[in-house]
Design a protein around this ligand. Structure first.
Ligand SMILES: Nc1ncnc2c1ncn2[C@@H]1O[C@H](COP(=O)(O)OP(=O)(O)OP(=O)(O)O)[C@@H](O)[C@H]1O
Ligand SMILES: [Mg+2]
Length: 226
């Protein structure tokens, strides 16, 4: 695929925490292209920088240096508010611990990104319920997170991540807190989404999970192992 098809292009990205001689260098010059339809796995030892890289790709953290191009547009210098708006529209996240809001129901959790994108209230519930039904949770829409199994909570999180039709779905250890049966189910969902064209970036410790992806990169001390 030619680079003009890249959704995301990182150029020599570095991330340090702290200042000067005290700085912890975590990402040490990563260049990476993620193309439309990619299914990319990132593995690497604990502390190698996987989550940090994902936060950068997901616009939750800004790199210390280097460039970030999203749909060929350099967004390296945008403000926090501008990045938040792009993030809400274009990026869907799934985390190991699901990160659902505990005091609202499954459908309300799924609808949260719609609130931020100013979708009329009347549409929010309908869309959230449809998304949950598509993922096999049509009979759980009014359940609270603590009334759902881990696998079900992660499916709610997937529905939430997809509700704005993001350009890329980013998953950090999405099966890390799940048993093997729920892991299979979640991976099957991700595989199916990719088959339908969803671009996916997944971070995982598990070789079994990584092998579902079409591309696999390994991080070592904040660099891509070649
Ligand atoms: N806010 C921060 N301030 C200082 N150091 C940080 C910060 N965030 C991460 N680090 C350091 O960056 C390194 C990489 O962390 P990161 O969370 O990206 O690793 P990881 O590859 O995701 O590990 P794991 O597999 O355990 O999740 C670690 O050494 C960590 O201590
Ligand atoms: Mg991590």
């Amino acid at each position: 695929m030619k680079s003009k098809d890249a959704i995301i292009s990182l150029k020599n990205v570095r991330k340090e925490f702290g200042m000067n001689s005290q700085a912890t260098k975590v990402i040490n010059g990563i260049s990476l292209e993620i193309n439309k339809g990619d299914y990319m796995a990132i593995t690497g030892a604990s502390g190698s920088g996987k989550s940090t890289l994902m936060y950068i790709v997901g616009l939750l953290l800004q790199p210390t240096s280097g460039e970030y191009l999203l749909n060929n547009k350099n967004i390296t210098k945008l403000s926090g508010d501008e990045l938040a708006e792009i993030r809400n529209k274009k990026i869907g996240f799934i985390f190991q611990q699901f990160n659902l809001l505990p005091k609202i129901s499954a459908w309300e959790n799924v609808a949260v990104p719609l609130i931020y994108s100013h979708v009329p209230q009347s549409e929010q519930k309908e869309r959230a319920i449809k998304a949950l039904s598509e993922i096999g949770l049509g009979d759980r829409v009014d359940f609270y997170p603590n009334q759902l199994s881990g696998g079900q909570q992660q499916r709610v999180a997937i529905a939430r991540a997809l509700i704005n039709n993001p350009e890329i779905l980013i998953a950090d250890e999405p099966s890390g807190a799940l048993d093997s049966e729920s892991t299979k189910q979640i991976i099957k969902i991700l595989d199916g989404l990719n088959k339908k064209g969803q671009t996916i970036l997944i971070i995982t410790h598990e070789a079994d999970v990584a092998k579902h992806a079409k591309r696999h990169i390994i991080l070592v001390d904040g660099l891509i192992k070649t």
